[in-house]
Every structure is written in C-alpha cells, then in structure tokens.
Design a protein around this ligand. Structure first.
Ligand code: NAX
Length: 328
C-alpha cells in the first residue's frame, strides 16, 4: 500500500464538508490505490458536530481511510498536509457590507495561509472553495511567501460543470459530448462562461447553438446565477454539487486533465489574455501531476473581451479592497 496522503478540509462540519469528506475517503480524489488521512479543521463551536461526522466516517469502514484528525488549530491540523481544501469561510449575513465580508474572511485566510506556509508538506496544493473564493485564495497565497504561488487555486469548476450541463441540455447532447468549456474571471455573477471556444460533439458550441440572444440572455445568466436559483429552490446553498466540483478540480490538478481537453481553474494570472498579473482569475488550463498550464493562443473576440474585462475589473477591485485592509 502507498503511504497515506494527508488531505486537509476546512469547514469540515459544514454542508459541503458533509458530502466532500465521504467522497475523498472512498478514493474519488486520489484514486483507489492511495490511502488518505483526513485533517479536519473547524471553529471551536462546530467541533462537537464534527465529531458526529467523524463517527459516520468510521461507520463507513472505508478501506482507504487511514486516519482522521480534527481540531480548531490550523497550525496543528495543517501539519504535513499534501492537499488543502479550504472550504470553510464566513458567510455574508444580514446587514454585512462587502468590506465587512472581505475583512472577516481576510482574518481566516491570512491565518490559514500562514499556517500552511509554516506547517504544510513541501508538495502542498491548495484549493479555495469558500467565498469570495478567488480573493480568499489571493489572501492565503499572499500570506504564504514560502509556498510557490502556482500551488494556490480557487474553485470555478462548479461554474464550469454548470455550463456544460446547460449547453448539453440546450443542444440535446449528453454532457460527455461537451469539451473545451471555459469559465473566465471571478466566481461571482460577473463570471464569463465561454461558448465560443467550447465544443459539442466536436463542433464549435456557439455555432451549434447558433443563437447569440440565448447565449447572452439565457445561458450566461443561468450559469452565473445558478447558486441563487438553488438557494431559492432548496432553501440552502448548493452543497453536493460544490463538493463534487471540488473533487473534480483537485483530482484533475493532481492526476491530470482529460487528454485533448482542458478544465477551468482560478489561478494566479501571469498576464495571459490581458488579465492583470497577480490576481486569481479563472482560465482554461491543462493539468498534469500537480502542475497546470494556462492554455495559450485562443482568439478572443470583442464580445468575449468585454465579458472577461468586466469580471477581471471586479477582481482588481477586490484586490484593492483587501490591500487597503492590509490583508495582502
Ligand atoms: P456551511 O456554512 O454549511 O459550512 C461552513 C463551515 O465552515 C461551518 O461549519 C463553519 O463552522 C466553518 N468555518 C467557518 N470559519 C472557519 C474557520 N476559520 N476555520 C475552519 N472552519 C470554519 O457552508 P457550505 O455550504 O459548506 O459552504 C462553504 C463555503 O463554500 C461558503 O463560503 C460558500 O459560499 C462557498 N461556496 C463556494 C462555491 C464555489 O463554487 N466556489 C459554491 C458553493 C458554495 O456556495
């Protein structure tokens, strides 16, 4: 048997955690040959609930689950971790301004960035799911100067998967026929799901749809506002799909994106496609063995340019706000 991989999950007693932990423990993240040790971080008041989740993990008798540790101290929980899935975050509550939200999350992600910097394994890969995911990842990255910046990412895979599902439904094709989907920019309402480079059944997706009005008035807003639609219908925010996307993202990063295709990940911009260098923005990327490369050379038309620029402008604003707060 291989040595267990240490996977940290924060916010482990939350909704997403309740789906995510069981899938990691069953081998869906690292594969059926790799044992896993879970390191679960929660805030002190949630540790009791977390113990209940651990009892359920025990009761699954997962053959690959080599151990579970829980705690409320990031310095201890992150010790030696190879993978960190940062899911826990402070939700926006009534009366909270955007600045308050950034500040509350800033406190969490500065501390967790420092703890990862000081205690994680040398090969650590970090994925931020907790919102505002892109900027939280930027804060964690900025507070971990010893960890290479390309080890940090934020989740836009849920948006990517939602875009695949919407396109497949529109053209009456199975989701497996859709490839080369891209989410550009921020995991927020400004994100740009791009059909102009996507393919369905090997054909350009925008041409297959042949309906610019549908793309602008239905497809893009449906994908971008899907989270709100789920809250409206379900009474709580998307959790199983977010956990599934977190697995997809981290699995592909560690084990490789499908041959001949790409995936969407928010990563530190190197200036590709005119996206301001240094922000965490979503791009089309190919991945292999824990590395990613931003896909180069795509033609960006005026429509796509405008959408990408609008989402990037929001990220630049978020960066300025957290910089002003002294968080990065
Ligand atoms: P829950 O409120 O159910 O769970 C969050 C958990 O995080 C709670 O148990 C809380 O105690 C814990 N937590 C808070 N601060 C913490 C800290 N400093 N250290 C460790 N744990 C801490 O939320 P859930 O539905 O699980 O969502 C988690 C996060 O994912 C939220 O920020 C949410 O907005 C975000 N999402 C991101 C998505 C994405 O695509 N990037 C989609 C789904 C989701 O909305």
């Amino acid at each position: 048997m291989n040595t267990p991989v240490k996977v940290a999950v924060t916010g482990a007693a939350g909704q997403i955690g309740y789906s995510l932990l069981f899938r990691i423990a069953s081998g869906e993240l690292l594969g059926k040959d790799t044992p896993v040790e879970l390191r679960l971080l929660e805030i002190t008041p949630a540790l009791g609930a977390l113990e209940g989740v651990v009892m359920e993990l025990d009761d699954c008798a997962f053959p690959l689950l080599a151990g579970v540790e829980t705690g409320d101290d990031a310095d201890v929980v992150f010790d030696g971790v190879n993978v960190a899935l940062l899911v826990g975050a402070r939700p926006r509550t009534k009366g909270m301004e955007r600045g308050d939200l950034l500040e509350a999350n800033g406190a969490i992600f500065t501390a967790q960035g420092k703890a990862l910097n000081d205690h994680a394994a040398d090969d650590v890969r970090i994925t931020v799911t907790g919102n505002p995911a892109n900027t939280n990842a930027l804060i964690a990255m900025s507070n971990a100067p010893d960890i290479p910046t390309e080890r940090f990412s934020a989740l836009t895979r849920l948006d990517h998967n939602r875009a695949i599902a919407q396109l497949a439904a529109k053209v009456g094709a199975p989701v497996t026929d859709v490839s080369h989907m891209t989410i550009w920019g921020n995991h927020s309402a400004t994100q740009y799901p791009d059909l102009f480079h996507a393919q369905v059944g090997g054909r350009n997706a925008a041409e297959a749809v042949d309906d610019q009005q549908w793309i602008e008035d239905t497809f893009i807003p449906t994908v971008a506002k899907r989270g709100a639609a789920i809250i409206e219908a379900r009474g709580s925010s998307s959790a199983a799909s977010a956990a599934s996307a977190t697995i997809d993202h981290a699995r592909d990063w560690l084990r490789g994106s499908p041959e001949g295709d790409w995936v969407s990940m928010a990563v530190r911009s190197d200036g590709s496609y005119g996206v301001e260098e240094g922000i965490m923005s979503s791009f089309p990327v190919t991945t292999r063995d824990g590395s990613y490369e931003i896909v180069q050379g795509l033609d960006i038309d005026d429509f796509s340019r405008g959408r990408i620029d609008a989402s990037v402008a929001e990220l630049v604003e978020e960066k300025a706000a957290v910089s002003k707060l002294g968080l990065i």
